[in-house]
Structures are given as C-alpha cells and as structure tokens.
Design a protein around this ligand. Structure first.
Ligand SMILES: O=P(O)(O)OC[C@H]1O[C@](O)(CO)[C@@H](O)[C@@H]1O
Length: 409
C-alpha cells in the first residue's frame, strides 16, 4: 500500500562530501570554510568567537562534527536528536544537507545568537543581506513599475491577465539566481536578467499550468516557502502583491526561516527590513508597492510565519504534522530555491529523469518548485534535455544558469 507521507519510490543514497570531485565535496571542504571566514571578516565579533569560527573553518575538510552546546536556542533539543546518528563522524561523511544545516546552526552557537547578552540576535550575515538589496535597486524599480502597470491593467479589465502571472513566475524563478552563499553580494549584481532570453534556460516549464491553476482557483490562500532575502525576496513579494491586488488569491502565507542560515535566507525581520528600506526611498512606484504590502500585512491578508522545520536537516516528507496541516489548506504551495528543492528530494541521488511526482507524492496540496540549479540534485528532466545541457554547459547543475519550474498536483 502506498504511504501518503513518504515518497512513492525507494530512497536512493544521500549526497555526501566524500564523493570525490563533486560539488558537494567542494562545498564542504572549501565553500563552507570560506563562508565561516567571511563571517569573521564581515563582523566585529570578539577574538575568542573569531578563533572558534576559524577552528570550525579549519576542521571542515577533514575534521569531526563538534557537539552543540545548549545555547538556549528553542531547537537545541531537536538538534541533539538530529545529531545522534552522526556522532563521531567527519563533516565529509554525513549527508550534505545535514552538514550544511548543522554548520549554519553551529555558527549561531559560536556567535552567541541565542544566548542572552549583547550579541543576542545579531545576524552574522546582515551585511551581505543589506548589500544584496542595495545592489539591485535599479532592477527593483523596474520590476515594481511593471507590477504597478499589470495591477492597473487587471483592475481596468476586471480580471487579471494570465501573461502577467506567467511573467511574475519567471521573475520569481530567476530571482533565485541571486544567492549570497554562492556569489558574494560584493562581487556582482545578478538581479539583471532578461526574461525572454532566459526562457531557453528553463529545463522544465510548467508556468502555463501554474497560471491556469491560479487564475481558475479564484480566492483561497497560497503558501510561499521563501528562500533568499534581497532581490529574490523582492521578486516573490511582487508576485504576492499582484496575486493579492488582482484578487486572484485572498491570503498569502510566507514561510520564513526562524534564524539566519545559508547566508541569505530570509527571516521575518528581513521582510520588514526590506519593506522599510524601500519605503524610505523616493521612487513613487516602489513606495506604493511597500504601502500595499504594509496594508496587506496589517489586514492579515499577508501572513509572515516561521518554523524551525525550515532550518532543520529534515527532508520535506518529515514535516511536522501541524505544519503539514497548515499547508493542506493551500491552493498552491510555492517552493523557492535550491536548498528547499533539495529538501523536497531529501537531497538524494535520484536519477534526474525520475518522475518528480513519484518523489514529491507526500504533499497535501499542489506544489510548484521554482529553482535555479545550484547542486547536483534533480528530478523530472527529460533524458534528451539532460544530454544536451550537459554537453553545452559542464556546470549546468551548479552554476545557477539553468532553472526548473515544476508543478506537482
Ligand atoms: O538560495 P538557494 O537557491 O537555496 O541556494 C542555496 C544552495 O546553493 C548552495 O549554496 C550550493 O549548492 C547550497 O549550499 C544550497 O543548496
């Protein structure tokens, strides 16, 4: 009998850092140490904390998982259980998704994020997040002006244009190219892209079916499992603004991270910071965008919510039943970004042509994944496309230049 709570298919092995030459190995042994060192460089933590961060960075390539101290974090007891099966193992031996989520949780332990005191609540990635937002200001102005027009048109026509929904889906997809754990906000502005040119870079494109689902299911609520702050968050908020403003949906829930993680992942405070930052600017279309968002938050149409599941090492099918119950009310669950996609697939070695609906068979509502590829995990691709893209771009799985927009109903 099929179990509705887990994937239909037997689980393949998880990605691990011992896979020689893989992006996973590169991440655990090189990218993660670099991220820990960037936390030292971009903050003014006391030298004792910096020494501990440096120790963490140095141990990642060959060292063993340290224990987690009881730093008063609400998720401490849960982490003790998550750690149990991996005690005494090296960073490169444990499942990659576990290694990454634990690494970010340890940074918070080291920097006293949860402990009462003057460092409590200091986001170690604050500078990167703020920079990411400021660097994309021109693109933000263009997008907000466009959304304003679309909202106007939909009001005049008395219905929303499906083409606007599709365009906003593409923005929400390509906004995900901006990820500060891969590309520092100081290196590049990745918010500039051309939606039309990017179409050839979408490996699975269910945008039309998603737009049909949204335009036919008038009213109701949708859930966004949010990924990065910065330009990606703006793209998501523009989409939300349009969905609420055109009356396509009545309520939107944004699921945000309860603590800093994966460098740029958005928390509730980042949404407020973003809105306040833009509201303080002078562009009228950007200002009206922020006013609509503020009004929607105040009226309860736009709900900002967080859960420790989103920062846990658990696969998506291990979602707590209360949270799953919340998602069950949704007309559509929008799952943003690479790390959330990895969670959907349990960060495992599925054959890339596996039917994604046979893996993500456990969700209580329709789901669309909007993800640019930044890790060696995929499903639902056509063998022909895999062969072609692998030939044209050797880094197609990890370079963030290719995307999928996959609907599972
Ligand atoms: O912001 P996103 O799209 O979740 O990307 C983060 C992902 O990218 C990486 O930095 C590269 O794989 C991972 O660590 C993580 O899966």
């Amino acid at each position: 009998m099929v179990n509705p709570h887990i994937p239909k298919l037997p689980l393949p092995a998880p990605l691990v850092g011992t896979e020689v030459g893989s992006f996973t190995e590169f991440t655990v042994t090189q990218r993660m140490p670099a991220i820990a060192r960037r936390v030292i460089a971009e903050n003014k933590f006391p030298s004792q904390i910096n020494q501990s961060l440096e120790k963490l960075a140095a141990e990642l390539p060959t060292g063993y998982l340290p224990t987690l101290a009881d730093d008063t974090g609400a998720d401490f007891t849960a982490w003790e259980q998550y750690l149990e099966p991996y005690k005494g193992q090296r960073w490169v031996d444990v499942p990659w998704f576990f290694a990454e989520t634990y690494f970010y949780r340890l940074i918070l332990d080291i920097t006293n994020y949860f402990r009462p005191g003057e460092l409590q609540g200091i986001d170690p990635f604050e500078l990167q997040k703020a920079q990411g937002l400021e660097a994309s200001l021109d693109s933000i102005i263009s997008l907000c002006s466009q959304v304003d027009k679309w909202l106007d048109e939909s009001k005049k026509a008395g219905k929303s244009n499906q083409a606007s929904v599709i365009a906003l889906l593409y923005f929400a997809l390509w906004g995900n190219r901006v990820d500060l754990s891969l590309w520092s906000a100081f290196e590049d502005d990745r918010s500039r892209f051309d939606i039309q040119n990017q179409l050839t870079h979408i490996l699975v494109d269910d945008a039309f079916s998603v737009s049909e689902l949204l335009t036919s299911a008038k009213g109701g609520s949708i859930d966004f499992v949010i990924d990065n702050a910065g330009f990606e968050l703006i793209c998501d908020l523009c989409f939300v603004d349009f969905l609420l403003g055109s009356g396509l949906v009545n309520e939107v829930y944004l699921h945000l991270k309860p603590h800093p993680t994966f460098v740029s992942d958005a928390m509730i405070k980042d949404v407020h910071y973003t809105i306040n930052f833009l509201a303080a600017g002078s562009h009228p279309k950007v200002k009206s965008f922020t006013e609509r968002l503020q009004a929607n938050i105040a009226s309860g149409k736009l709900v900002l919510t967080e859960d420790y599941f989103w920062t846990s090492p658990l696969a998506f099918w291990e979602i707590p039943s209360a949270l799953k119950g919340e998602l069950a009310k949704s007309s559509l669950i929008v799952v943003k970004g690479d790390a959330n996609y990895r969670r959907l697939l349990g960060d495992r070695h599925w054959d890339y042509t596996t039917n994604i609906a046979d893996i993500v068979s456990y969700l209580p509502a329709p789901m669309v994944a909007l993800r640019t590829l930044k890790s060696e995990v995929a499903a639902g691709l056509k063998a022909k496309n895999v062969a072609e893209v692998a030939k044209s771009d050797p880094d197609w799985l990890t370079g963030g230049q290719w995307g999928v927009l996959q609907l599972v109903v």
